[in-house]
Design a protein around this ligand. Structure first.
Ligand code: CYC
Length: 161
């Protein structure tokens, strides 16, 4: 896993240089949003199950997916879906804190698409639910932190598509 600081340092190290102006600007941007990130992570963790529940209500409930024949039908599969959304929310929060998406590649997206395809989990509906979480989260944490979280929700969405 990488974060905004190690990303900048690694790329300077590869060139055998001290941090140049643009690298320093990146770091400054990261440090100046530190408080914002920590505050957002704290309200997301305090409201995680409400965020997931609202996203499910917005994107999935009362659709064919929750009826017989749908992939969320039966309590077991419904619970698996809720659990997956909870993973996406938690790992997006980690990535937002780190300011870097590498944790999503390593711990979430690796092999996920293949697993979904082999189990018949619909990717389109999953992406809709992730996008609903993005909206719900932004309305909770505000536009600046919401935009930053949005980067990682979008990263998972395009990694699945
Ligand atoms: C932390 C990293 C991580 C991820 C991401 C993860 C995902 C993941 N989701 C799974 C299943 C599943 N995922 C879903 C999800 C959905 N079905 C829908 O119709 C909805 C659109 C959607 C929710 C948004 C469902 C229903 C299953 C069970 C499918 C089945 O067994 O038939 C499975 C198969 C094994 C299992 O059932 O637990 C994995 C590995 N596991 C992990 O360890």
């Amino acid at each position: 896993m990488q974060d905004a600081i190690t990303a900048v340092i690694n790329s300077s190290d590869v060139q055998g240089k001290y941090l140049d102006t643009s690298a320093l600007e990146k770091l400054k941007g990261y440090f100046s949003t530190g408080e914002l990130r920590v505050r957002a992570a704290s309200s997301i963790s305090a409201n995680a199950s409400a965020i997931v529940k609202e996203a499910v209500a917005k994107a999935l409930l009362y659709s064919d997916i929750t009826r017989p024949g749908g992939n969320m039908y039966t309590t077991r599969r419904y619970a698996a879906c809720i659990r997956d959304l909870d993973y996406y929310l938690r790992y997006s929060t980690y990535a937002m804190l780190a300011g870097d998406p590498s944790i999503l590649d390593e711990r979430v997206l690796n092999g996920l698409k293949e697993t979904y395809n082999s189990l018949g989990v619909p990717v389109g509906a999953t992406v809709q639910a992730i996008q609903a979480m993005k909206e719900v989260t932004a309305s909770l944490v505000g536009p600046d932190a919401g935009k930053e979280m949005g980067v990682y929700f979008d990263y998972i969405s395009s990694g699945l598509s």
